[in-house]
Design a protein around this ligand. Structure first.
Ligand code: UDP
Length: 335
């Protein structure tokens, strides 16, 4: 299969590149290297079935370059990470709304199918026990940048859905809940790489607010095979699927576990939100996915434990720079 991946040099994109090359695909990655890094692709540069295009999703000719001749496109390029979104709201809106429109148009014109990466952020402040794909979205003020990100990704989904209904574009949507693993950087806010790095350096672990807010972290090795599986199901077109971890943990408990597991001497420091983030931030108290729709479609059953996730992220910070290989979960689909 000929596959194109926007955001292919990013954290999830680069793992997807490796997974699909191993499955036999010819893979072209498009990335503007703003948050993605060529370093993430060091194991595949020079691979006979891998191609890299440096370019922006706002540039139709760059997107066309990778979409022409592709059987399927994975659209992962986006402005992500709470810090980036809160500090650069305009860039985030342009990339996430207009960039996605460019990708949709190009994929439609080139006759490929599309897998759109969306986010659990779209559910906003809905703290329900299990968020199903039909759950209500509860967003805060438009004056807070965090919610404009959630709104932008919601618009992306609405665009994708409309392209499916009106033009028959074969597009499926996945909503990712706090995916974690090697190569994820803490620079844009993500909590696990930040706390792991702090624990290894012997610095205080920064827990924002009271630390009682919860998340369900998922491992990139569980997520990538599921995204791929969903992209291959015709019944997924016009549909959205949650992909998240199965274990809910508070951020304080996460910090404590990281300290214990890594044998760190670090303390835990509570940091008020006003100190941690620029204006425009508001937290979600809880975010728990209902994964049953993806389980029914592709057997999604994330088994990687929080301890395994923490260890795999910690291995990324080893001084010799040799992270553990990602363990793929589920059956590899041979193309
Ligand atoms: N967080 C924290 N310390 C940090 C970074 C983040 O306590 O150094 C908190 C953050 O306020 C949020 C949770 O960890 O409650 C998850 O943050 P992240 O940005 O990773 O993901 P998201 O908020 O998008 O779920």
């Amino acid at each position: 299969m000929k596959t194109a991946i926007t955001g292919g040099a990013g954290f999830i994109g680069s793992h997807l590149v490796q997974y699909l090359l191993a499955a036999g695909d010819e893979v072209t990655a498009l990335d503007n290297l703003s948050t993605g890094r060529l370093e993430n692709l060091r194991d595949v540069i020079g691979h006979p079935r891998f191609h890299f295009v440096e370019g922006d999703i706002l540039d139709r000719s760059a997107v066309d370059k990778v979409a022409v001749g592709a059987t399927r496109v994975f659209h992962l390029a986006a402005a992500v990470g709470v810090n980036l979104i809160v500090e650069h709201p305009l860039e985030s809106l342009r990339t996430n709304i207009h960039g996605t429109e460019v990708v949709l148009d190009s994929v439609l014109a080139n006759g490929a199918s599309l897998l759109l990466a969306s986010t659990s952020e779209i559910y906003g402040k809905n703290t329900s026990d299990r968020l199903s794909e039909e759950a209500d979205r509860i967003l805060g003020s438009t004056l807070k940048s965090r919610w404009t990100y959630a709104a932008a990704k919601g618009i992306d989904e609405a665009f994708a859905h409309a392209y499916w209904r009106e033009f028959g574009l074969r597009v499926a949507i996945v909503r990712l809940f706090n995916t974690v693993g090697p190569r994820q950087t803490g620079r844009y806010g993500m909590v696990v790489p930040r706390l792991v790095k702090q624990a290894i350096a012997g610095e205080p672990l920064t827990v924002y607010g009271d630390g009682k807010q919860t998340r369900c972290f998922s491992y990139v090795g569980d997520i990538v095979p599921a995204i791929t599986g969903i992209s291959e199901k015709t019944s997924a077109y016009g549909n959205a699927y949650n992909l998240g971890g199965s274990h809910e943990v508070s951020i304080l408990a996460l910090a404590e576990r990281i300290v214990e597991l890594l044998g760190s001497d670090s303390d835990i420091r509570f940091v008020p939100y006003q100190e941690a983030y620029a204006d425009g931030y508001e937290d979600m108290r809880r975010r728990v996915p209902d994964n049953s729709k993806a389980r029914e479609l592709v057997g999604f059953d994330p088994q990687t434990t929080l301890d395994q996730i923490i260890r795999s992220v910690a291995a990324d910070y080893r001084p010799n720079g040799k992270p553990d290989p990602v363990q793929w979960k589920g059956t590899m689909v041979a193309n």
